[in-house]
Design a protein around this ligand. Structure first.
Ligand SMILES: Nc1nc2c(c(=O)[nH]1)N[C@H]1C(S)=C(S)[C@@H](COP(=O)(O)O)O[C@H]1N2
Ligand SMILES: [Mo]
Length: 201
């Protein structure tokens, strides 16, 4: 059975000036959970992260190898297409730049794939340049399974559906392939400042 759970959204606040994209409200202390399906529980012993598709050679990190990579601590605002935003969220993980370091590819697009079958497509350019991470820590603690633990993608400059929870890898391709929500009518890119919520926006 497929379902979408909607967490407590808190009181609707306007937020500090300039921080909220159009049509968004500040959820403040709340952190809603939005999952199209049950929460997978993948033990880190059988977790890996892979980069494959149109690359010179596939890459794979076990949990231990992933944890040993250089780490960053982004503090970012996140924006869900259902109109809640959360400001100054604190994460820790590995920059996608670090994961793509040394990967030779002519691909312009990536599809992130997750345990449970979720996918989302992101132009490779949106994953580069210090704007995307694979994070395993939220607010100083291991990322809770409901929020995508052991690890999720974090692409905060796009709507939050692009930040695939339970992420296991990226498939790189010269051709853009829509992911789960993109197939169901969500915008292909999802820039919150341009209100790219649905196809045609
Ligand atoms: N694997 C997976 N990732 C996902 C989703 C999902 O259903 N499955 N939902 C997306 C959507 S629509 C949003 S708004 C955020 C919600 O993240 P949260 O539950 O941590 O708030 O995760 C995104 N990543
Ligand atoms: Mo969402």
């Amino acid at each position: 059975m497929s379902f979408v759970s909607r967490g407590f959204a808190g009181r609707r606040r306007a937020g500090p000036p300039g921080r909220l994209p159009p049509g968004q409200y500040d959820v403040a202390e709340g952190f809603p959970v939005l999952s199209a399906g049950p929460t997978p529980r993948t033990p880190v012993g059988s977790w890996d992260f892979t980069i494959r598709g149109e690359v010179d050679a596939g890459r794979r990190w076990t949990w231990e190898e992933f944890r040993a990579l250089p780490r960053e601590r982004p503090t970012v605002d996140i924006h869900c297409v259902t109109s809640w935003s959360k400001l100054d969220t604190r994460w820790e993980g590995v920059s996608v730049d670090t994961l793509l370091d040394g990967v030779t590819t002519g691909a312009g697009y990536a599809v992130a794939f997750s345990d449970g079958g979720y996918t989302t497509n992101v132009p490779l350019a949106d994953l580069r340049g210090g704007r995307a991470w694979v994070v395993d820590t939220y607010d100083g603690a291991p990322l809770h399974p409901e929020h995508g633990g052991p690890a999720r993608l974090l692409v905060p400059h796009l709507y939050f559906w692009k930040s695939a929870k339970w992420v296991r890898g990226l498939v790189l391709s010269a051709q853009d392939q829509p992911g789960f929500w993109e197939t169901f009518g969500y915008h292909n890119r999802g820039d919150p400042w341009r209100q790219q919520r649905y196809a045609g926006d």
